[in-house]
Design a protein around this ligand. Structure first.
Ligand code: SF4
Length: 480
């Protein structure tokens, strides 16, 4: 059994536990260094990189600016193509829709391609309650599922494990497995076990990387071929995605695809790129006879209504921000206790789960800016984190729409202290006397200041105030 996170409210405890696990830290360090290098080599020309990021940002902004119309167009064009479209306000509705489809086919098994949205709605758990078994077919997800674990990265779910740990997992859960640390053999083992499952599954479920409104096409980016199997072998295919994944034109896809693969794994293209535009047509030999698309909101419209927060929805889920985040690379994904970890998780989870449940996460950043610098769609993550931190502390302005869980981190003591400081700082006499007294009493500053001094030395006040120093310098300059 791996690290099953309890939830974001235990972030500090989970982060501390991760920091004390040298194997986990080594696994992440190695994997993140590798991914950082891959990305760097994929964007060798900074001018070209800049152009790609600007283009992708403008595409995502344009598509989001027309989101309601594009969703309607997507619905109409998918329906015309024979894809059945469903709308879900939240996780419960999405699970009900999928359960109804499954039950109408008397389905007992579902084979899944990689889908973070299905993690978001806890699909496997909800289907298990109805006696429907969901089996992950992405190799990373398969390993994580065998372990009863959760993904720790949005594109590489089992990145927290090394070869030996994967071998141990297989040995524990698979019959007739001869332990090995040969990666090809490990992958072949997983593939062989999954082969029959594709054939036997009643339903195939996948995520969607881009949903094209112009043509009613669902695009799926993958490397293993399991996505293609999930969407063609079973008789019924269900695709589930957040409402933000819609793009306007088919021509919007190539630049976004290129930015996604280069930012994620440093690949120019992936091994597979699937475009699904209808169920099996008359005369076709394969493909599902029924295709469904479930469009999930789950807090996204809250982000959408605020022009600044809307930028969160530009995300194309490449994972580059987490690969470069000094916090994520040291503690890994499980510590966050959310489906989306790392920098993107810190700005999207408050919309999905409320700021009250995620207020610890928005403070878990050094604000170094690395995430914003590598984001292929230029989401200003550090600025958004600063805003979320403010909103976690302060109630909304009278005319503003409150964020779910806003002001849940408000502290009376902190608020009184800030009010006191504001009063002193706007009264020069009081400020000078206070600053003078603080310099005189600096010896009383304690060495132990709780969590602050756990990994830092205690701050020492200077023996002269800034005003005193400037006065002395000016005097010295005048004397010369
Ligand atoms: S926020 Fe940017 S860097 Fe992070 S996953 Fe989304 S697109 Fe990639």
């Amino acid at each position: 059994m791996g690290h099953v996170p309890a939830g974001p409210e235990l972030f500090h405890a989970q982060a501390n536990a991760a920091l004390k696990d040298p194997q986990l830290r080594q696994n992440f360090r190695g994997a993140m260094d590798y991914l950082q290098d891959k990305r760097k080599n994929a964007f060798v020309d900074p001018v070209e990189e800049d152009k790609i990021r600007t283009l992708c940002e403008s595409i995502r902004k344009r598509c989001l600016s027309k989101l309601p119309e594009l969703l309607e167009q997507l619905d109409a064009n998918c329906t015309r193509n024979g894809i059945q479209v469903h709308w879900a306000q939240n996780d419960k509705e999405a699970n009900n829709i999928i359960a109804n489809i499954a039950q109408s086919h008397k389905a007992r098994t579902m084979i899944k391609g990689k889908s973070m949205v299905s993690e978001e709605i806890e699909l496997n758990h909800e289907m298990a309650k109805l006696g429907i078994e969901c089996l992950e077919s992405d190799m990373g997800e398969y390993i994580v599922q065998l372990d009863g674990d959760k993904p720790s990265h949005i594109i590489m779910p089992a990145i927290h494990k090394n070869k030996q740990e994967v071998s141990d997992t297989f040995e524990k859960h698979l019959d007739d497995f001869t332990p090995t640390v040969d990666v090809d053999e490990l992958i072949q083992t997983g593939r062989t076990r999954l082969r029959q499952k594709f054939h036997d599954a009643d339903i195939g479920l996948s995520g969607v990387n881009f949903a094209v409104a112009e043509t009613g096409t669902l695009c799926l980016v993958e490397n293993e071929g399991n996505g293609r199997m999930c969407t063609t072998v079973p008789k019924v295919h269900i695709a589930i995605t957040g409402i933000e994944k819609v793009v306007e034109f088919l021509s919007d896809v190539p630049p976004l695809y290129s930015a996604l693969t280069r930012s994620a794994t440093g690949q120019a293209i992936t091994t597979y790129f699937n475009m699904i535009s209808s169920p099996r047509k008359r005369g076709e030999l394969d493909g599902p006879v029924e295709v469904h698309l479930v469009l999930l909101d789950n807090g996204r419209t809250q982000a959408y209504q605020d022009e600044e927060m809307r930028k969160t929805l530009q995300c194309i889920r490449c994972g580059a921000c987490m690969n470069h985040c000094p916090v994520y690379t040291r503690i890994g994904g499980h510590a966050y206790g959310t489906v989306y970890p790392g920098p993107i998780g810190k700005i999207i989870s408050p919309h999905l789960m409320g700021l009250d449940n995620t207020k610890e996460l928005v403070t878990a950043s050094s604000l170094c800016g690395a995430c914003g610098e590598v984001c292929p769609v230029r989401i200003p993550i550090p600025e958004m984190l600063q805003r979320l931190r403010t909103e976690a502390k302060n109630p909304p302005k009278p005319d503003a729409m409150p964020m779910k869980g806003q002001a849940s981190a408000a502290s009376t003591l902190e608020s009184l202290a800030m009010k006191g400081f504001a009063f002193a700082a706007t009264n020069p006499n009081l400020y000078h006397r206070g600053a003078w007294s603080a310099t005189k009493l600096r010896g009383l500053v304690p060495n132990n200041m709780g969590p602050w001094t756990q990994c830092r030395t205690s701050p020492k006040l200077a023996n002269k105030t800034l005003h005193q120093l400037i006065k002395a310098r000016n005097k010295q300059a005048g004397d010369k």
